[in-house]
Ligand binder design. Sequence first.
Ligand code: DQA
Length: 145
Amino acid sequence: MKILVINGPNLNMLGIREPEMYGYLTLDNIQEELKNYAKQLDNSIELEFFQSNFEGEIVDKIQSAFGVFDGIIINPAAYTHTSVAIADAIASVNIKSVEVHLSNIYSREEFRHNSFIAPKCIGQVAGFSKDSYKMALLGLYGVLK
Ligand code: DQA
């Protein structure tokens, strides 16, 4: 089972960026922990990680996942609230996807309460910091296996 894990803009700054909101773990730390979790869950899960600060690169990556990946876990970061293009890309490839957020976007500013991406996903996990990614993987695995 091949799962693509996509992280959007500014998530490469985790560890430095607003630690009171996002904690002190780096994106590498989170990805390493997710790899270990995947191994425990099912040794046949293969994860690939991709991070970009550019909307078009994320669209390209989602398109290139067609026929290659079984599932997508995506933290679109700020593009969650703005990107019709990423939502359309997920709908185009028809790959089961889960949206993830470190923070609870519904307890934050109003503009973060809307997601263009979530309606194209099978589910959304928000508010559990690094564990949001693990919960997304568990859910996706349950659907795909
Ligand atoms: C985020 C929430 C977004 O609103 C924000 O723009 C981010 C991070 C999260 O993981 O909590 O960059 O996606």
